[in-house]
Write a protein that binds this ligand. Structure first.
Ligand SMILES: [Zn+2]
Length: 126
């Protein structure tokens, strides 16, 4: 994926660990994801304890042999990522002018220009 910034610099998203990219949840979406996650984890643990994990997976469309053969960690990790990815949005900072590109609820992209008109590297941390 790539797009042109208002300054004509081409922002590219074609590899992992980009220092000018971030993935974010709104505070409201984060609360909703947190509530959902708590409910799903309680449900998962109850299914494991009662030996009903096959039924739990089938209820979520994951009843095939692939998912039955996965560890609890893989299942839970995928569960979290699938929900978080659906609710999250992507932000970029233009490496040339520092303009921030964000997405709204409908994944429409819009931008903000920094007061100093230069990159400030807000997403370049580990
Ligand atoms: Zn720019």
């Amino acid at each position: 994926m790539k797009f042109s910034c208002d300054c004509n610099f081409v922002v590219r998203d074609q590899r992992n660990r980009l220092p000018y990219k971030a993935t974010y949840l709104s505070d409201k979406a984060g609360e909703r994801v947190g509530d959902w996650l708590l409910s799903e984890l309680d449900s998962y643990v109850a299914a494991v304890r009662s030996g009903a994990i096959r039924e739990w997976l089938e209820q979520r469309g994951l009843g095939d042999e692939f998912w039955l053969g996965q560890t609890d960690g893989v299942r839970i990790n995928d569960l979290i990522l699938s929900k978080a990815e659906a609710q999250s949005r992507t932000a970029y900072e233009c490496e040339a002018c520092g303009r921030l590109w964000l997405e709204d609820e409908h994944q429409r992209q819009f931008s903000y220009r920094p007061a100093n008109d230069e990159p400030n590297n807000p997403f370049d941390w580990d």
